[in-house]
Ligand binder design. Structure first.
Ligand code: CP
Ligand code: NVA
Length: 301
């Protein structure tokens, strides 16, 4: 039987996602109480990184250690993957020695190919197209602060990137309205938008979008791999900064999120990022708890 993978949020049913989010909050409580819970004793997670990371690496590595297991950091700079060993071969070899594999890379097709040849679960830890692990943490954070997100208005401001695509999937699974405000030419995957047109609206004016929002989310204008476009994007994204003016259009109890790392003064003002309505530090911490729930789901069921 082929293993269960987590390449996009759509690899979970709506019921599974909701159960996983509740479990993440339970695991957070267990961790805070200092209780020993080691369901992954002697199990190993291989972590392949072809892009930089702080939160993803620290949360997966700490989560595995807290679960009694081990995490193996595999940088493409130091493995044969980085020297051209085929993904298919690497997948067969690595998966024969570990219990799960986490991959952060550029092309989404690489994680799909890896998963096809892997004998153990594969987790997408960010590709150019999706960042589903971040959405687990974001949705857990919203739920912990405000309860169910069902029926709420979520506004994505900025680039129609990997995070934005994952928000579209979350809107479909958790039944919220997603309004995306991006400059022309920076829209998210059009097929994904078309598939979810009942829940997703794309606008080109941040102020129109922000009205009545329950949650405003943004991300960097230039993602990893787009460093050369930074200057052009700064010009193109003029008017798409989340600042106090924009937040004032949202509902009174609206939250602000950002997957981090953030650039104060570019996509978000320092005032908004450091304001009490900003839950970015909880959001970052929840990467740990949400991914522990994911590992437990994939490896202990
Ligand atoms: N949000 C996020 O994935 O952070 P890192 O790039 O630091 O892992
Ligand atoms: N969109 C960003 C997210 C970083 C966590 C990137 O891909 O670089």
């Amino acid at each position: 039987m082929s293993p269960r993978h987590f390449l996009t949020l759509k690899d979970l049913s709506s019921a599974e996602l909701k159960q996983l989010l509740s479990r993440a909050s339970e695991l957070k409580k267990i961790h805070r109480e200092g209780a020993l819970y080691e369901p992954l004793k002697n199990r190993v997670l291989g972590m392949i990184f072809e892009k930089s990371s702080t939160r993803t690496r620290v949360s997966f590595e700490s989560g595995m250690a807290q679960f009694g297991g081990h995490a193996l950091f595999l940088s493409s700079r130091d493995t044969q993957l980085g020297r051209g060993e085929p993904v298919e071969d690497s997948a067969r070899v690595i998966s024969s020695m570990v219990d799960a594999v986490m991959i952060r890379t550029f092309e989404h097709s690489l994680v799909e190919t890896f998963a096809q040849y892997s004998s153990v679960p594969v987790i997408n830890a960010l590709t150019d197209d999706y960042h589903p692990c971040q959405l687990l943490a974001d949705m857990q954070t919203y739920q912990e602060h405000r309860g169910s997100i069902e029926g709420k208005k979520v506004v994505w401001v900025g680039d129609g990137n990997n995070m934005c695509n994952s928000y579209i999937n979350a809107a479909s699974l958790l039944d919220f309205q997603l309004v995306i405000a991006c400059p022309k030419g920076y829209e998210p995957n059009p097929e994904l938008v078309a598939e979810h047109q009942d829940r997703v609206t794309v606008l080109h004016d941040a102020k129109d979008a922000a009205k009545g929002a329950d949650l405003i989310v943004t991300d960097v204008f230039a993602s990893m791999g787009q460093e050369d476009e930074q200057e052009q994007r700064l010009k193109d994204f003029d008017g798409f900064q989340v600042n106090t003016d924009l937040m004032s259009l949202a509902n009174k109890d609206a939250l602000f999120m950002h997957c981090l790392p953030a650039h104060r003064g570019e996509e978000v003002s320092a005032e908004v990022l450091d304001h009490p309505d900003s839950v970015v530090w909880d959001e970052a911490e929840n990467r740990l708890h949400a991914q522990k729930a994911l590992l437990e789901f994939l490896l202990c069921n």
